[in-house]
Design a protein around this ligand. Structure first.
Ligand code: MLT
Length: 363
């Protein structure tokens, strides 16, 4: 794992479980009247959004603010980007303003990877083109764990517009790492070329797969990315691949229904299914904040003063005080080594963190 979160495929099982466990602890904050920790006080997180987004941007913003980071929201519309500024120049400008972490959403697959090569801060991929959306996969895994316990051997069906879905790609990678068995379901036109080499099964027959599913995750039909006709019409699509009440009844009793949103009600999911007791769609949104808090916490590092006491003198220089602040990259340390240690150090902090003990006056 690097000091960035670019792909769900970069996470080892231990990394992923660390993030999910950390999120579970941070989720306890939601029950407090003041939902805030001073952990990232003094750190700056930039939300660099080149594509429209409601839930992901606000979720990252809420996560960073709950950890007391300063948040700069940058949206390409109305910025120098419309005057032709490149991603690199925008990124360097933001870094010059002191960004410790940049959360980027971009319509080009691979943009976060490029950014990670240009700036010193941590980069979090919040969705790049049709490529990946790792924090969505983490919040999905978190939600499944909450409902069904361990993911080992769980059968997850991901149905819909797989071709254009970064959510599907990140989920296939992460769920596989966590031991789940994933089946992708779509018409042949909406499955990517080469899907046979992905670490999952695929099927064109939704009805055959449903009775064996512990989870069914519906994907939005992404019309804005379609440059051709992928199915005859909306009615035909939902007849074959939409999740309606009849299909939901074919699921095992314990199965849950998910959707990353935004939903096309009546297209890939019927309104009564989206609002049913089996649907955990609203909960996914709430869990997204806890998971993104965990990611920011683990990548940017907490300051122990935030969780009870001031750092001792010379804290930055001492190995046994690691965890007061994110360590700078050492001259002979590979990126992986630093980050790996960084994650584990942050975890040590968190073990000492008793959320209920943080005085609210400290915020
Ligand atoms: C995404 O940003 O990929 C969304 O969460 C899913 C979608 O747009 O359908």
């Amino acid at each position: 794992m690097s000091r960035h979160l670019l792909s769900a495929g970069d996470l080892t099982r231990d990394d992923a479980i660390l993030i999910l466990d950390t999120a579970a602890e941070l989720a306890r904050l939601a029950d407090r009247p003041i939902k805030k920790l001073p952990t990232l006080r003094g750190r700056t997180v930039v939300n660099l959004f080149y594509e429209d987004s409601t839930r992901t941007r606000t979720s990252f913003e809420a996560a960073a603010k709950r950890l007391s980071a300063d948040v700069i929201n940058f949206s390409a519309k109305g910025s120098s980007v419309s005057k032709g500024e490149s991603l690199k120049d925008t990124a360097l400008t933001l870094e010059a303003m002191g960004a410790d972490g940049v959360v980027i959403r971009h319509e080009a697959s691979g943009a976060p990877h490029r950014l990670a090569g240009w700036i010193r801060g941590s980069v979090v991929n919040a969705g790049d083109g049709t490529h990946e959306h790792p924090t969505q996969a983490l919040l999905d895994a978190f939600t499944i764990r909450r409902h069904l316990g361990s993911l080992d051997g769980r059968r997850v069906t991901i149905a819909g517009d797989v071709l254009h879905s970064r959510v599907a790609r990140s989920n296939v990678l992460l769920l596989k790492t966590l031991g789940a068995e994933v089946t992708l379901v779509a018409p042949p036109t909406l499955l990517p070329v080469g899907v046979g080499s992905w670490p999952c099964e695929f099927s064109y027959d939704f009805d055959a797969v449903l009775p064996k599913s512990d989870v069914v995750m519906m994907l939005r039909v992404q019309r804005e990315r379609m440059n051709a006709s992928y199915f005859p019409n909306a009615r035909e699509y939902s007849r074959r691949y939409g999740l309606d009440a009849l299909r939901m009844a074919a699921l095992p009793e314990h199965a849950i229904v998910m959707h990353p949103g935004p939903m096309n009600r009546g297209m890939e999911i019927a309104a009564d299914v989206a609002d049913s007791v089996r649907s955990v769609i609203v909960e996914q949104v709430a869990n997204g904040v806890s998971v993104r808090m965990a990611v920011l916490y683990l990548l940017l590092g907490g300051s122990e003063s935030a969780i009870g006491g001031a750092p001792p003198a010379g804290a930055e220089a001492s190995a046994d005080t690691a965890g007061w602040a994110a360590p700078p990259l050492g001259p002979d340390e590979g990126e992986g080594a630093v980050v790996d240690n960084g994650l584990r150090r942050r975890r040590t902090d968190l073990e000492a963190l008793d959320i209920s003990a943080v005085p609210e006056e400290a915020l």
